[in-house]
Design a protein around this ligand. Structure first.
Ligand SMILES: C[S@@+](CC[C@H](N)C(=O)[O-])C[C@H]1O[C@@H](n2cnc3c(N)ncnc32)[C@H](O)[C@@H]1O
Length: 272
């Protein structure tokens, strides 16, 4: 669909728009909140990408395992492994997220440290049995410190978000950009697999996951779009989009809410 047929103005053209997941965007988010948590309301069909990732990690742990969560946010996901491993360490660049993680942690075998992984990792060689990242930085290949701090034969896991659609982009054309043609799962699996080649890893497996989420209200469509943006962007989006979004939402939502599909790619590999 061309830009001229778009139903909504593109919020990313607003002068205060910040590219999501950029350095500036995380800095802004961390200055506003001490958690990495989605602010919109929704419910999910099981299994979610997160529950599948949790299951996969748990299946590879023993009570002797040392685990590292890279880009752990405020540590809520990390803390689920304290009863399954000997030691769980979460690292994140944002001090406010790590402060929250340390506040909610009540376990002696978990700790959280502020670390910018671009400056290396403050851990000895061969320290961990399993390293994972849930939508944070990947640490393998090139000068990636993951290869140094993980034991040979250890596990490297990643969960990546590959965008949302399931009708969202057509329904709210302009607010969300139309997706590229083709099957997003097939293309994403191939690309993710290629991206993880030649990184000192073996047995690389990439699984595509379609997660069904139901956005609760029309406002939640806009809250999702404006996650991490400034008040001026939100004001502009609410003023220009809310009434149109309400009409479309009301026509298409089920009793659970408006369904969208979140695409994820789960990588599991072993370190050579
Ligand atoms: C998409 S969030 C995911 C947070 C958490 N893993 C979760 O799933 O809720 C990405 C996280 O990676 C962290 N991050 C990004 N770049 C980083 C870096 N260079 N060093 C350490 N953490 C980083 C961000 O601060 C953020 O908390």
């Amino acid at each position: 669909m061309s830009e001229s047929t778009a139903l909504f103005p593109d919020p990313s053209r607003h002068p205060d728009w910040i590219q999501p997941h950029s350095e500036k965007w995380y800095a802004r988010l961390a200055s506003e909140t001490d958690e990495y948590k989605y602010p919109w309301k929704s419910q999910f069909d099981e299994p979610t990408a997160e529950s599948l990732f949790k299951e996969k990690i748990a299946s590879l742990l023993t009570t002797d395992s040392r685990v590292l969560d890279v880009g752990c946010g405020h540590g809520e996901f990390t803390l689920q492994f304290v009863t399954k491993a000997k030691e769980v360490v979460g690292i994140d660049k944002r001090e406010s997220f790590i402060a929250t993680a340390n506040r909610i942690n009540t376990s002696e075998n978990a700790r959280f440290v502020t670390v910018d992984v671009d400056n290396g990792l403050p851990f000895p060689d061969n320290e961990f049995d399993l390293i994972y990242t849930k939508k944070g930085p990947w640490m393998f290949g090139g000068a990636g410190e993951g290869n140094r701090v993980i034991k040979p034969g250890g596990f490297a896991l990643g969960l990546y978000h590959g965008g949302s659609d399931g009708g969202l982009r057509t329904l709210f054309n302009g607010l969300y950009q139309p997706s590229v043609s083709g099957n997003p799962l097939e293309a994403g699996i191939k690309q993710t697999y290629e991206d993880h080649q030649n990184q000192g890893l073996s047995e690389i497996d990439v699984q595509g996951i379609e997660e069904i989420e139901y956005l609760s209200t029309p406002e939640d469509v806009l809250i999702k779009k404006c996650f991490g943006q400034s008040k001026s962007v939100k004001k502009y989006v609410w003023e220009t989009c809310l009434s149109g979004v309400e009409d479309i939402f009301d026509k298409n939502a089920t009793t659970k809410g408006l369904s969208v599909i979140n695409y994820h790619y789960m990588v599991t590999a072993r370190v050579i």
